[in-house]
Design a protein around this ligand. Structure first.
Ligand code: OAD
Length: 245
């Protein structure tokens, strides 16, 4: 066992203890939670934003002024998220909720994988891909219509979009407020797979009065009570071994 592995194992044991001792544990996840389900992250080493300017494709003004650019990007995102499955890390979090240890998951991800894995109290802070509507008139539409770049059947505008938050838009207030209230109550916050570069979500770790644990493939320069550098799937699966021992 090399030093790094020893450090990781010590971190995992400590995390299991924190979880078992906690009364109200919350989780915050980002794109790194989903990479092992084959959904690329944004700013990691193989991230989407390495070659794409986020400000251009994922900005609300792009939908309104350059719909085709927006559409081309989102069509690829939709394809990338079709048929994806949760991995052992998602299932571990669902099991922790079932055991009453985790009280909820706030996620920046739009994949729906936490729900698919069986987690119940999930706060989708950046929206989700399941709902589609017209950005012009608000009429509902289908994913297939969005995928095929159809105009809105109600107002005929080329403006169909998924129910996700774009740069320049506010987060859904009800979901955000619930997540904030839950995190403020927490005595342990587990932060997984996020660069913490995007506001306002990157402020959430500072709202808990409890312990903070960061699980990520790389250090992102924030201070936590415990940092475990590694992959979400392995770390969460190993943590369950200690929890279930
Ligand atoms: P990022 O892509 O910014 O960060 C993902 C982090 O996860 C990186 O630090 C990776 O190193 C790490 N990572 C990758 N794979 C991992 C794994 N298997 N296990 C652990 N860590 C891993 O993603 P977010 O912080 O989620 O918003 O990005 C925040 C927001 O930026 C997204 O929700 C999206 C984007 O713009 C919108 O589109 C509104």
């Amino acid at each position: 066992m090399d030093n790094l592995a020893a450090e990781k194992i010590a971190g995992i044991k400590q995390l299991a203890e924190f979880l078992l001792q906690s009364d109200y544990a919350l989780v915050l996840t980002g794109a790194g939670m989903d990479t092992e389900s084959n959904i690329p992250d944004f700013r990691g080493k193989d991230g989407l934003w390495q070659n794409i300017d986020a400000r251009v494709v994922a900005d609300i003004n792009t939908i309104r002024q350059n719909y085709k650019v927006f559409h081309q990007f989102y069509k690829e995102r939709l394809s990338a998220m079709t048929d994806v499955l949760p991995h052992a890390g998602h299932y571990a979090l669902a099991e922790l909720e079932k055991k009453g240890i985790i009280k909820g998951i706030a996620t920046q991800n739009i994949s729906g994988l936490h729900l698919k894995a069986g987690s119940k109290r999930v706060y989708e802070l950046h929206g989700d891909l399941k709902k589609v509507f017209c950005d012009n008139c608000g009429a509902p539409a289908t994913t297939q219509e969005l995928y095929e770049m159809k105009p809105c059947s109600a107002c005929s505008e080329l403006a169909l979009r998924p129910n996700v938050v774009f740069f320049g838009e506010a987060l859904p207030a009800d979901v955000w407020n619930k997540a904030v209230a839950e995190i403020k109550k927490s005595d342990l916050l587990l932060i997984i797979g996020t660069s913490l570069e995007v506001a306002p979500v990157n402020q959430l770790p500072y709202l808990t009065a409890g312990k903070t644990v960061f699980i990520n493939a790389e250090d992102v320069g924030h201070k936590f009570d415990l940092t475990i550098i590694g992959k979400a799937k392995e770390i969460l699966s190993e943590t369950m071994r200690y929890i279930n021992a």
